[in-house]
Design a binder for this molecule. Structure first.
Ligand code: PNW
Length: 480
């Protein structure tokens, strides 16, 4: 047997970490910020575990200078953050708030001074509540307003931003927000979810075009999708393969279609025909959505297994989409998601690095000229803080390090197979407000003490810093 050798990544490969505004900033009433749907949702009893809200979160709004130092100390080459729309435009339309722009402008300058590439997301789920009051993403107007917000921000942050990511995971925004209701605004209406998906596609196109109109065609426009890797329970079963096709349609191709091919897949329209005739799609919308992308952001966490439900057996309904009776996969009511074999993270999500390789190779086979970027990958575990005799603290998180190690190796395997992957961002830099799970789930490579706001890099952060320094990934040992 030959000794396994370290994996080398190309020199231009970008290593970073990611966060999102509502999950880390706090300061929800400061500098003119308007309320967002996540303020409303998290303050509604029963919606978020332990009644947690983003009111304080990591207090990043005040502590950002120290967080930039942390980014620099870890040697991150890029930092992916999101802009809170209600800080820039408190009601989502009309007047802009300069103090909100100034916050992100200072952050951007400070990242650049630290030699860190800023990668911005314009929408990571914190919709201005005033727009939700008018129907939110079910209302076409929201997409138009998003284009105006993007234009304003591009004019202010300008060419200091490396990559303009329009949306983060529009699937979650549409289907968890308006379908299963486990995310804000908490609606459970199949038609609303499909309308929201369409208006998010339109919003992406309008925002991407606005950024290019302000900054020029060379401006790098991107979008981040959480593409679902779903496998048939029985690969020999045509019914199970059909279940997977349907999940792929309403989970992935509903966005890939308009954004990359300029049209909705015919099978998606057929599968959802009992819910809508899609008359909310106007002439030219899908062409607008197809704005040229410099790179496609891919978020990957785990895999799923689907079967055609026989209508009799008790359903397993296993999914990582939170407790809810409504399925977020609209139009797939006779699909059952089966419990996946472990190991699992603290989210209950199965750990399956092979899905990363499979996803990247299959997307790059479908879109050979499209560069890819892993904009999120990471894991929640119940970390423990160890205090040494001298009072110093350490957070040993071998499970997280192993997760990162094996998934980055899986990215390398996809690159060996020809996938054009340009970078990798760990989710997340900091422990933060994990949506419906509040502060109970910790994804950070840096520990946050929510009493003191003290930041402590976990062992996984040290490991990641070493990977970035050497650009060499040690071989994955079986079982590690
Ligand atoms: C992503 N699901 O959220 C988000 O982009 C992050 O803000 C989040 O913290 C991270 O992944 C970890 O959850 C998701 O239920 C939330 O399938 C839920 C799902 C997927 C992604």
């Amino acid at each position: 047997m030959t000794a396994p050798t370290p994996r080398r990544f190309p020199d231009g490969f970008l290593w970073g970490s990611a966060t999102a505004s509502y999950q880390i900033e706090g300061a929800v009433d400061e500098d003119g910020r308007g309320p967002s749907i996540w303020d409303t949702f998290s303050r509604t009893p029963g919606k978020v575990l332990n009644g947690d809200t983003g009111d304080v979160a990591d207090d990043h709004y005040h502590r950002w200078p120290q967080d930039v130092v942390l980014i620099q100390e870890l040697g991150l080459q890029a930092y992916r953050f999101s802009v809170a729309w209600p800080r820039i435009q408190p009601t989502g339309s009309g007047a802009f708030e300069q103090r909100g722009v100034d916050f992100y402008s200072r952050l951007t300058d400070s990242l650049l001074e630290a030699g860190v590439t800023p990668v911005v997301t314009l929408y990571h789920w914190d919709l201005p509540q005033a727009l939700e009051d008018e129907g939110g993403w079910t209302n076409r107007e929201t997409a138009l307003r998003f284009g105006e917000y993007a234009e304003h921000l591009a004019g202010r942050l300008g060419d200091r931003i490396d990559t303009w990511t329009t949306l983060n995971e529009p699937w979650c925004a549409a289907f968890l927000g308006y379908g299963s209701g486990v995310h804000a605004p908490g609606r459970t209406e199949p038609l609303a979810a499909l309308q929201a998906a369409h208006h998010l596609n339109l919003a992406h196109g309008l925002a991407g075009r606005a950024v290019k109109a302000v900054l020029g065609e060379q401006a790098k426009v991107s979008v981040t999708l959480n593409l679902h890797v779903t496998r048939p329970d029985d690969p020999e079963s045509a019914a199970d393969r059909n279940a997977v096709r349907r999940v792929d349609a309403v989970g992935n191709r509903i966005f890939l279609g308009p954004m990359l091919d300029g049209e909705y897949p015919a099978d998606l329209l057929a599968d959802t025909a009992s819910i809508t005739d899609w008359s909310f799609v106007q002439d030219g919308d899908t062409a607008t959505a197809q704005v040229p992308l410099s790179v496609l952001g891919v978020n990957y966490y785990n895999t799923a297994r689907a079967t055609q439900w026989d209508g009799v057996s008790e359903r397993q309904g296993a999914s990582n989409h939170g407790e809810s009776t409504a399925t977020p996969f609209i139009g797939t009511d006779d699909v059952d998601f089966l419990t996946q074999p472990g190991p699992y993270t603290a989210m209950g999500w199965n750990i399956d690095p092979s899905g990363m390789t499979e996803l990247l190779t299959s997307v790059s086979r479908t879109y050979p000229d499209l560069p890819l970027m892993i904009t999120e990958n990471g894991a929640a575990f119940d970390d423990e803080v160890v205090t040494a005799e001298d009072g110093s603290t350490r957070v040993p998180d071998p499970d997280r390090t192993s997760y990162l190690h094996r998934h980055i190796d899986a990215v390398g395997a996809a690159m060996d197979a020809g996938a054009d992957v340009r970078g990798y961002f760990v989710w997340s830099l900091l422990d933060n407000f994990e949506w419906a799970f509040g502060y109970e789930r910790r994804f950070g490579i840096v520990r946050v003490d929510y009493d003191t706001q003290e930041r402590t890099p976990k062992d996984s952060a040290r490991w990641y810093a070493e990977l970035i320094r050497t650009r060499q990934l040690p071989p994955v040992t079986p079982g590690a």
